[in-house]
Ligand binder design. Sequence first.
Ligand code: ZN
Length: 314
Amino acid sequence: MNVKDRTLTRRQAVVAGGCATAMFAIGPARAQGVGDRLKVVATFSILADLIGNVGASRIDGAMLVGPNGNAHVYAPSPADARKVAEARLVFVNGLGFEGWLDRLVKASASRASIVVVSKGIKPREREGGGDRDHDRDHGQADPHAWQSVANVKIYARNICDALVAADPGAKDRYETNTAAYVGKLDTLDREVRQTIARIPLDRRRVITSHKAFGYFQDAYGIEFSAPQGVSTEAEVSARDVAALIRQIKAQKIAAIFLENITDSRLMEQIAKETGAKVGGMLYSDALTEASGDAPTYIDLIRHNLKQLAGALLS
Ligand code: ZN
């Protein structure tokens, strides 16, 4: 990564993390008037970071669910409707993640194109969890596809294609930015594989609060269990918690992780009852503020990897 890139990423992260309603556009305002930039909306913080890397100074971006926010249970505000109304493009994860989006777009009377960034990835089926019945009502795919770095390369290319279609004059810039970012993702993917290769197979089992890491599990070979399903909307049942406690004891699962978007009390209680240690915090569905451990997607994966290695290699 060259120095210029690093500065860009930092500045972008500061703007993105500072405020949930902030623009995430970056780059020299003098070189291009803000009014000339392509207005885009990202539904959540991880997506905003990816779009910032591909679009850089060509875009004027806003996000809906900000850092540490939970998109599963989000209630859009009138300000969100205004952002969507003004946008040329609205970027969504898809796979049932943003259940509130259609109503928001309708209410805003927006004419924006909706870009589903997960198009072309191989969807993972939803696993059972605390909210099986609920999940059945909301389709069959697990939405957390960004937890596989290979999928995020597809996200980046889809973002690039949509930006090029809307702003063909800047095609070369979008493609250069995308190639540079995909290069960083390749490096990241190798890093994850090399680190996990050092963890003994029988240690590769952890608990998190909701089933957000299925794609990470499939891509990198760490098994995740959780008291709550792939969404966080439903209450966790006592029966599911009891089953999980039995599983932790039977499989001697070493570590339980908290998540930034969910309440940690249940996980702390499970740790106490099983004697498993709390391994730290994993970031599942949202970045942190700029001052946190995961202000960008690449930081998020690196942080999670460090936490997992720290708990499972010790
Ligand atoms: Zn989630």
